[in-house]
Ligand binder design. Structure first.
Ligand code: HEC
Ligand code: HEC
Ligand code: HEC
Ligand code: HEC
Length: 203
């Protein structure tokens, strides 16, 4: 009986960990006072990784590999240029999908989510956000009250990067974590962690 309940719980947890898209992280992670991670990410090429597939250069890269379909609609290219491809995140969709609008003529929720999963977004490195995105859980992780793993957050490392920065990339010129990470890093301001911990204690 206990076993059955446990496995149902585990399935429920896994099913709850969906990719929600970068725009959801933006709402809380754009403030300068806490490091403006979203704005820093926006300045990197990770934020442009999908659009680069629409350039003439991408077309050439694809053709050299015998790929004649649009690179941005080809799994072999999309998998490293989007978030969560074939893991429950980004999916290649037809025009009818992208054309869906609400009664007011705005893109539907599903279209907006998919757009926010184009590019190499936050969840590529930090894990699908649906189960950790609430302020309560985010703070609990931050203060060490729960583990990040318990809500699907991953601890990014060099291994995360080399899932894409490897020889299967047609434009690979090598990857050195020590050299590359500073170019995309988005740390808290100096002393931020200590300051927030002190605030929590004074509550
Ligand atoms: C294994 C992951 C991976 C796959 C598959 C992949 N890319 Fe990339 N792509 C990258 C990475 C990582 C970079 C950044 C450059 C590098 O390799 O360091 C990149 C960069 C690019 C660039 C920018 C040019 C440059 O030199 O930086 C273009 C254009 C591009 N890819 C097109 C494609 C096309 C077209 C396909 C499909 C045929 C494809 N990529 C498949 C990972 C991948
Ligand atoms: C409702 C607001 C909110 C949303 C939405 C949100 N976060 Fe956070 N996040 C926080 C707060 C608050 C903290 C605690 C530290 C701080 O003040 O930044 C935090 C901390 C973090 C940390 C550091 C954890 C640690 O202690 O090492 C990461 C990584 C993170 N968030 C990633 C994300 C990602 C990725 C998303 C989107 C999928 C996201 N967050 C969405 C509010 C949010
Ligand atoms: C899902 C695949 C993926 C993962 C995982 C990934 N990258 Fe990238 N990265 C790319 C692609 C694709 C580009 C090229 C985008 C473009 O040229 O538009 C890129 C570009 C870069 C660049 C050049 C960016 C710039 O703005 O000049 C750096 C540096 C980089 N990645 C570092 C990292 C590091 C460090 C990690 C791990 C913490 C990482 N990447 C993880 C796909 C990935
Ligand atoms: C290419 C991988 C990658 C992407 C994309 C990425 N991050 Fe990170 N992030 C990292 C790494 C690596 C660290 C450092 C982890 C560590 O030190 O343990 C980090 C650290 C953080 C931290 C903690 C900062 C600190 O000083 O401890 C926050 C908050 C965060 N990221 C939020 C975000 C948000 C929000 C996004 C999207 C706008 C994002 N990240 C996109 C790889 C990434």
């Amino acid at each position: 009986m206990i076993k059955v309940t446990l496995s149902i719980l585990m399935v429920a947890t896994l099913a709850g960990q969906d990719f929600i898209g970068n725009k959801k992280c933006k709402s809380c992670h754009k403030k300068k006072s806490s490091g403006a991670q979203y704005l820093k990410w926006e300045e990197t090429n990770h934020a442009n990784a999908f659009d680069v597939l629409k350039t003439p250069e991408a077309k050439t890269v694809a053709e050299e590999r015998g790929i004649l379909t649009n690179p941005w609609e080809t799994p072999e290219c999309v998998r490293c240029h989007t978030t969560g491809f074939e893991k429950g995140g980004y999916e290649i969709k037809d025009q009818a999908f992208w054309d869906q609008v609400t009664e007011r003529g705005k893109p539907t929720k599903e279209v907006k989510r998919m757009l926010a999963l184009q590019n190499v977004g936050c969840e590529v490195c930090h894990g699908p956000g649906s189960d950790y995105k609430s302020k309560k859980k985010m703070k609990a992780i931050f203060h060490g009250d729960i583990t990040m793993e318990s809500v699907g957050m991953l601890k990014p490392s060099k291994e995360t990067c080399v899932q894409c920065h490897n020889e299967e990339s047609p434009s690979f010129h090598g990857f050195d974590f020590e050299e590359f990470f500073p170019k995309i890093s988005h740390p808290y301001p100096d002393g931020y962690r200590e300051e927030m911990k002190q605030k929590e204690l004074n509550k």
